[in-house]
Design a binder for this molecule. Structure first.
Ligand code: FES
Ligand code: FES
Length: 211
């Protein structure tokens, strides 16, 4: 039978030992600290066109395009959601194709033409897709919205580029696209507010989709 004082001591000893082991684990290894080299400068120059303007950067080669846009060019309309290619909040259009800017390095885009939400339209002169999102309440908190709109603009360009040659007359590719195809093409853009039905309405209107 343990006496209560013994139990208290052993519990305190255990806590001290645990704290010590955590401190040891968290501390930088002394050997490495003593032998580590000064950090290598990994910077490189890159030049690309953003929203019609040539931008030259001397940037850490490990910088994502997303961080280059937000932190270096201060184009904060492009949002960082997951930073892992899972949410689509960082979608921008590069040479006509939509990409997740968190998944690509800025230095890989030498000479490229990049369009962000700021380049699509401005207050008072909105892009038709921006105006449609406003009209149809295609957002709630708005965090995913720049990515949704960039993606939607590129989706319609993808659809129009793939219009079958037999589609003629006054039918446009957008008019023939189904709601399911728009949903599928937009499936990389997540909206935590669940504004999906209004987003679909906005895109459908711009596409001129037949109900
Ligand atoms: S921030 Fe790029 S996909 Fe989520
Ligand atoms: S509007 Fe809030 S995440 Fe889409």
């Amino acid at each position: 039978m343990h006496n209560p004082v013994d139990l208290e001591i052993s519990r305190r000893d255990l806590l001290v030992a645990t704290a010590a082991s955590v401190a040891i684990t968290a501390a930088p290894p002394m050997a490495n600290a003593q032998t580590s080299e000064p950090e290598t400068p990994f910077s490189s120059k890159v030049s690309f066109t953003v929203n019609g303007e040539v931008r030259d950067l001397d940037i850490d080669t490990r910088t994502s395009l997303l961080d280059a846009l937000r932190e270096h060019l201060h184009l904060t309309g492009t949002k960082k959601g997951c930073d892992h290619g899972q949410c689509g909040a960082c979608t921008v259009i590069v040479d006509g194709r939509r990409i997740n800017s968190c998944l690509t390095l800025a230095v890989m885009h030498e000479g490229d033409t990049i369009t962000t939400i700021e380049g699509l339209g401005k207050p008072g002169n909105l892009h038709p897709m921006q105006a449609a999102f406003v009209k149809h309440d295609g957002f709630q908190c708005g965090y995913c919205t720049p990515g949704q709109i960039c993606s939607a603009v590129a989706v319609l360009e993808e659809i129009n580029a793939n219009v079958p040659s037999h589609v003629t007359g006054d039918l446009t590719a957008g008019a023939t696209v189904t709601a399911d195809e728009i949903r599928e093409r937009m499936s990389g853009n997540i909206c935590r507010c669940g504004a999906y039905s209004n987003i679909l309405d906005a895109i459908s209107e711009v596409a001129g989709r037949q109900a």
